[in-house]
Design a protein around this ligand. Structure first.
Ligand SMILES: [Zn+2]
Ligand SMILES: [Zn+2]
Length: 275
């Protein structure tokens, strides 16, 4: 199993760190997790095509994780995709995708009639909404999905991927929670979000103290993520979803290592990890 980080950023714009997105690949399967800003460009850079994605999994419906959904689908059609999209996501995903498609209905119908492509399967989708916890199988990958704690977002999920006796867990966006730590137990790789609190202590014109407090509160801060990884007993910790996107790398490594006992891997867009 291979994990490619496509976007390791957050809503802030940074050309080095695109919006949240990851790709899990085995011999038979390609699964895309989230489709934040820049996902299609990063897929292209990583020599993957949206035509070959077997399933799209959404951790939650925050814009930094789903903003490029329509671009992903249209570009897959332009890349000769000939299969219907399978989209897995939290409750509300069906309504959300339907609304996006409805906004683009006129544009899409014009393209379909004018461009005369042989198939419009790529423009079709089937949505499967998650229950509280459960599992799905896509070809040779078993996926366990589980609720994490990103409140006030009602439905947010983490995932564990199993293939060839290996286990990869992706935290999604979450504050430290029991569910993540239980499900991540003994993972070969834990890909976890991080909020770097000491880099985010400045208020600005619009950013109040309350803003800083609230944003930090529904993520996992740098002084806790090492503890989460240690309690999860994971072999490798890879960090992603950096808030802010620019920071002192060695300072972050040092802080996380203190609790985790090992150096974390600082995620970068297009970094691939073999599992
Ligand atoms: Zn979020
Ligand atoms: Zn996010």
């Amino acid at each position: 199993m291979k994990l490619t980080l496509l976007g390791t950023g957050c809503p802030s714009v940074d050309y080095k760190r695109c919006g949240a997105s990851n790709l899990v690949i085995t011999k038979k399967t390609k699964i895309l997790i989230d489709c934040g800003s820049g996902v299609t460009q990063r897929l292209n850079q990583s020599k993957n095509s949206s035509a070959d994605i077997d399933a799209l999994l959404l951790t939650h419906l925050h814009s930094d994780h789903v903003i490029d959904l329509y671009q992903l689908i249209i570009s897959s059609w332009h890349s000769d995709r000939d299969s219907v999209w399978k989209i897995y996501g939290p409750k509300g995903t069906k309504k959300f995708v339907d609304k996006i498609f409805s906004a683009w209905k006129i544009e899409r119908e014009l393209r379909i009639s004018y461009e005369k492509r042989k198939s419009i399967n790529a423009l079709k989708y089937k949505v499967y909404e998650f229950k509280k916890n459960g599992s799905i199988k896509i070809n040779d990958i078993k996926i366990k999905y589980f609720e994490v704690d990103h409140k006030p977002v009602t439905y947010a999920y983490g995932f564990s991927f199993f293939n060839n006796s290996k286990k990869l867990t992706i935290s999604g966006d979450t504050r430290p929670c029991e569910s993540l730590m239980q499900n991540a137990q003994n993972s070969d790789v834990l890909l976890h979000e991080v909020f770097i609190e000491y880099e985010m202590n400045k208020t600005s014109k619009l950013r109040t103290k309350k803003t800083l407090h609230n944003v930090k509160e529904y993520h996992t801060s740098s002084n806790l993520v090492g503890k989460v990884a240690k309690l999860s007993n994971c072999k490798k910790l890879v960090l992603t979803h950096f808030v802010p996107t620019r920071f002192n790398v060695s300072r972050l490594k040092k802080i996380v290592k203190k609790d985790f006992g090992k150096d974390p891997i600082i995620g970068e867009d297009l970094l691939t990890i073999n599992i």
